[in-house]
Design a protein around this ligand. Structure first.
Ligand code: AGP
Length: 349
């Protein structure tokens, strides 16, 4: 009998909120050890570093970059793992590396860690795979608790990558972790409107191109939404910072290009209004996703209200919408998001 399409992606994305809570409750010591390493480096004058990863893990890197720069005294730059050897400093080794890899085995990040290690640079790995190569060659690691992920499209493991980023940034800045529990609940609420998200996906079954926009902490979510649409649903999708869309890409929109716009707050929606006006002018369908989305009904074809969560933790429910939307679109198109035909779960050379 033929396997039902997308069973793993569906199951795994639904497990995300529980995985967030499990990671929150079980990794505090690892997060503290990673923070202690960073603090000791700061004591030696090393307060700058790089966050690296590939694909979805690069999007998690962008999110951690945002949090470290905004909430802590550390300054981080996110770089794709595959570019690190060429982009890393050549004149000094006074920096740290934090690397994201679900598998802990992707060749690009393993190579980048080896380059850093050879130069004497301290490394911290954030991975979902205990005992993986990355854990063995790093100076400290956080192993997120999503459990095995089988679908090629990463979902619950991205949720816990965001969780680890928040835990580390909060540990370094002394903020409370309560937001994470609320974020997990808000993501559960997104799962409860599954049938509405499916109906929404039905409307765009013929779309060949799509865009996703994000502001503030939702910018990496816009990039991740576009990646999910590409790999799972075979839609050519590109993600942008909301106002960046005005600097060229808006030229491509028309009635056939759905645009997903993610915002973590009403203020972030307000900061995106100029882009929304342009999109409305060219009659492209605009789907607003975030807390307070309904306040901007005049600009949008569809609104998805997300339960309000303080601060940047709303990235967790926002991406849940993107994962579910891409899953439904994929299955409605007769594709199998568990096994996109040209992809493997781990990219090794
Ligand atoms: C995620 O949906 C992708 N399949 C892919 O981008 C993945 O995140 C990337 O290859 C990195 O894998 P890693 O996290 O195991 O290093």
């Amino acid at each position: 009998m033929e396997k039902e399409k997308g069973v793993f992606m569906r199951k795994e994305l639904s497990e995300g909120p529980q995985a967030v809570l499990k990671t929150l409750h079980e990794t505090r010591e690892e997060v503290k050890a990673a923070a202690d390493l960073l603090r000791s480096l700061a004591g030696a004058g090393v307060e700058r570093g790089f966050v690296i990863g590939s694909g979805t893990s690069f999007h998690a890197s962008l999110y951690l970059q945002y949090l470290l720069n905004r909430l802590t005294d550390f300054h981080a730059t996110a770089v794709p793992a595959s570019e690190f050897a060429e982009w890393g400093p050549t004149r000094h080794t006074k920096y740290f590396i934090i690397g994201y890899s679900q598998s802990g085995e992707s060749s690009d990040i393993v190579e980048a860690f080896k380059v850093a290690k050879a130069a004497g640079v301290k490394t911290i790995a954030i991975t979902n795979t205990p005992g993986s190569t990355l854990t063995r060659i790093s100076d400290a690691y956080i192993v997120t608790r999503a459990g095995e992920e089988k679908a090629v499209a990463a979902t619950k493991t991205f949720d816990v990558q965001l969780t680890a980023a928040l835990m580390l940034a909060y540990e370094l800045s002394g903020k409370q972790l309560g937001e994470l529990e609320r974020a997990a609940e808000a993501a559960e609420n997104v799962l409860r409107v599954d049938s509405e998200i499916r109906s929404l996906a039905e409307r765009y079954i013929k779309a060949e191109h799509a865009f996703s926009l994000g502001k503030d902490s939702a910018y990496p979510i816009a990039l991740e939404a576009a990646l999910k649409l590409k790999e799972a649903a075979m839609v050519h999708a590109e993600g942008f910072a909301a106002r960046e869309f005005l600097h060229g890409p808006v030229q491509l929109v028309d009635e056939t290009t759905p645009i997903l716009a993610f915002a973590p707050s009403v203020e972030a929606f307000k900061g995106s209004l100029k882009a929304f006006e342009k999109i409305a002018q060219y009659k492209a369908p605009l789907i607003l996703v975030g807390p307070g989305a309904s306040q901007f009904a005049g600009y949008a074809t569809f609104r998805v209200e997300i339960t309000r969560v303080e601060g940047s933790a709303s990235a967790i429910p926002l991406v849940k919408f993107a994962q579910l939307f891409a899953y439904h679109l994929s299955v409605l198109k007769g594709l199998d998001p568990d096994k996109p035909t040209k992809l493997t779960k781990v990219v090794k050379y």
